[in-house]
Design a protein around this ligand. Sequence first.
Ligand code: ZN
Ligand code: FE
Length: 257
Amino acid sequence: MDIHRVEAFRDNYIFVLYDGNQGQAAVVDPGDAEPVLATLDRLGATLTTILNTHHHSDHVGGNRQLLDRFPAAWVYGGAEDQGRIPGQTHCLSAGDRITVGQRTAEVFFVPGHTRAHIAYYFAPAMADGWGELFCGDTLFAGGCGRLFEGTPQQMVESLSQLRQLPDRTRVWCAHEYTLNNLKFAITVDAANPTLQTRLEQVQAARALNQPTVPADLGLEKQTNPFLRWDSTALQRAVGGTSAVQTFARLRGKKDLF
Ligand code: ZN
Ligand code: FE
C-alpha cells in the first residue's frame, strides 16, 4: 500500500492509499475532490473506498463529487456521525476492522474534537515494520485538535488510546500545524532537549516548505505536550494536579496562543 499525501486548501492533507497490484485506491478525508481526482488519474486508479474520520467539511467536502465519478465506492465513517457524512454507507464503532486492499485497519473511537470522531490504524504489514495511523483532527504532530464537541476527559481518553500504539507508527494527521504546535510546546516544556531539537528540525523543514506529516509516534510521545499530561515538568508548568486537569489547562493555553 503506497500512501500519497495530497495538499488541499490552506493546510489540509488528504491521503490516497494505493494498491498498485489491484489498481485500486482508498482516500482518507477528501475535503476537496479535485486534487484527489488528479492523483487518481495520474495513478490510473479506481476509487473503492472513502475513509472519513469526522464530519467537518474540510474532511468530507469532496465525498459527493468523488461518488459522482466512482458511484460504487464505500464511504466509511463513525456510527455517531450518521447523517453528517455525505454518502456514508458504513457506520463504524470502536474495535471494528475493515479491509482496504491487502491491509486491515482497526477503528478507534476518539471523541473530543467532535463527538463522533474515529481514527484508522493499520498494523505493520511485516514484523518490525511501521504501522499507519490516520487520526484526522484528534492527534496532530506536536499538538491535538480543538475541543468542539467533547470534553477534556474524553480527549484524554482518546489520546490515551492512540498513545498506546507502538512507537513505530506513522501519524498521518490532517493538517500541517506542526510548527505552530511546537512553538507552543516549547513555552510549556522548555527544558525538553528532544523537543528543542525537533523544533529546530521542523523550523528548517518548513522554511523549505517541506511537509512534516507523517510524524513519528515515538517522537510524539516524547515531545507532544498533549500526550504528556503525566510529565511532572508539564504538570508544574501549568499547575495541573491530574492528567485531565493538566490536559485541560494545556488545551486552554493553546486556544489562546
Ligand atoms: Zn475538524
Ligand atoms: Fe480539519
